[in-house]
Design a protein around this ligand. Structure first.
Ligand SMILES: [Zn+2]
Length: 168
């Protein structure tokens, strides 16, 4: 019998993360703030640098940090489906939170650019350019101001690009 070599060992156990079974652990508020501030970690299993951090707790109480791909290994065949569902839900929630954060960051950048429409140099440079839709008697500045006040996120982004392209 070669039961020793055939014995199944959880990939996390092999990486020195403790004894199976492993369970997902929710991110602490403190860690969430660190992550949103741009801090990153290193996965305890594969040692890759990770931006999206998850935590798992071993049967012996050891808490480790893993990235998205390794986090999916938390649940192993034969274990409760509830653990698998929880892991998948946590990954989905983290991705959703990241998308929302990226969208907010982008909106902030656009906002910080649009306020530059108050700068004289920016206004003068835009006023010297033709209206993008060729409207007679109007300039790029008129278009930018109208778009900044009335357009949605996409249109506002176009105005921000136009301001940035001035290189002022
Ligand atoms: Zn990993």
């Amino acid at each position: 019998m070669t039961t020793e070599s055939a014995a199944y060992v959880h990939p996390f156990t092999k990486a020195g993360m403790g004894e199976a079974p492993f369970r997902p652990v929710a991110e602490t508020e403190e860690r969430r703030k660190e992550r949103l501030a741009g801090a990153f970690g290193v996965c305890d299993r594969c040692h890759h640098i990770i931006g999206r951090v998850f935590y798992v707790k071993s049967a012996c109480g050891k808490v480790s940090m893993v990235g998205c791909d390794c986090f999916e290994m938390t649940w192993q065949d034969g274990e409760s489906e509830a653990v698998k569902d929880r892991v998948e839900a946590m990954i989905e929630a983290a991705k959703k939170a990241d998308r929302a954060e990226a969208k907010k960051r982008k909106a902030d950048v656009v906002h910080n650019t649009l306020v530059r429409l108050d700068e004289v140099a920016v206004r003068d440079a835009l006023a010297a350019r033709p209206h993008p839709k060729g409207r007679k008697g109007e300039t790029m500045l008129d278009w930018c101001i109208w778009m900044a006040n009335n357009a949605g996120a996409k249109g506002k982004g176009e105005v921000a690009s136009a301001i940035k392209s001035l290189k002022i």
